[in-house]
Ligand binder design. Structure first.
Ligand code: ADP
Ligand code: MG
Length: 253
């Protein structure tokens, strides 16, 4: 069985990319066949897993706009079992270029359908907006993983996100589910972090992952070396928690 998970939150800097790369690498290290789909024009997942954007022949843009077959865009990464469809800055034009096209909301879904059977997990790293790229991701996905940063305005904007999820469920993808809510960048030294955890748990209840991702400097260093935490520092706290999260994700299969 394969599962497509969209990692979504229209807020920037909440840990979407960090989670895509490191959950992907963790699942892959446990023997799962994983495809990362970078659909953020910033392409941080792409560079974060060691792909040089200058060498990318086909990116997600070519799949969405030029009808390139996804097999012609999938690249190997430096982690066995982990592949990626990269994004380059070319994608920045896609939000506008997709507007007048036919079946613009279902383009990613149709493309991923062609390769879905080759993977156990497809993780889509969404951009920080609720535009057409995120709509494509939610339409293609079986479920949504929402990272929430343990900070003061943590719940702000979430009703908008959940509203978008409901609209997609109603009109484009009736079986879309909430996979889970992930608390990120937790700092045990502050009371605020603990308050946010309580608030988020009250709101999402059993949908909140037991695994909480703490602030860990190794997690923030790894992307500049083009590596996931699993290869950059496998003994770090960051590696430990993302492996724990991967086990939790697998347990919901
Ligand atoms: P998003 O994709 O939602 O914009 P990122 O995953 O890029 O968020 O994270 C934002 C910044 O915070 C990045 O510089 C990243 O390296 C850093 N970061 C993310 N998670 C952690 C963490 N658990 N500990 C320390 N730094 C983190
Ligand atoms: Mg990102």
């Amino acid at each position: 069985m394969s599962k497509i998970i969209a990692i979504t939150n229209q807020k920037g800097g909440v840990g979407k990319t960090t989670t895509s790369v490191n959950l992907g690498a963790s699942l892959a290290s446990m023997g799962k066949r994983v495809l990362l789909v970078d659909i953020d024009p910033q392409g941080n997942t792409t560079s974060g897993i060691g792909i040089n954007k200058a060498d990318v022949a086909n990116c997600i843009y070519d799949i969405l706009i030029n009808d390139v077959h996804p097999k012609d865009a999938i690249l190997e990464t430096n982690v066995p079992n982990l592949k990626i469809i990269p994004a380059t800055i070319q994608l920045a034009g896609a939000e506008i270029e997709l507007v007048p096209t036919i079946s613009r909301e279902v383009r990613l879904k149709k493309a991923l359908h062609l390769v879905k059977h080759q993977f156990d997990y497809i993780l889509i790293d969404c951009p920080p907006s609720l535009g057409i790229l995120t709509i494509n991701s939610l339409t293609a996905a079986d479920s949504v993983l929402i990272p929430i940063q343990c900070e003061y305005y943590a719940l702000e904007g979430l009703s908008q996100l959940l509203n978008t999820v409901r609209l997609v469920q109603k009109h484009l993808n009736t079986t879309l589910q909430i996979e889970g809510v992930l608390l990120t960048m937790f700092d045990a030294r502050t009371n605020l972090g603990i308050q946010v955890i309580e608030e988020v748990k009250k709101y999402f209840q059993q949908k909140v992952y037991q695994t909480i991702i703490p602030r860990n400097v190794r997690l923030s260093e790894a992307p500049s070396h083009g590596q996931s935490i699993i290869t950059y520092d496998p003994r770090s706290k960051g590696a430990e928690v993302y492996l724990e999260l991967a086990k939790e994700v697998i347990s919901y299969e």
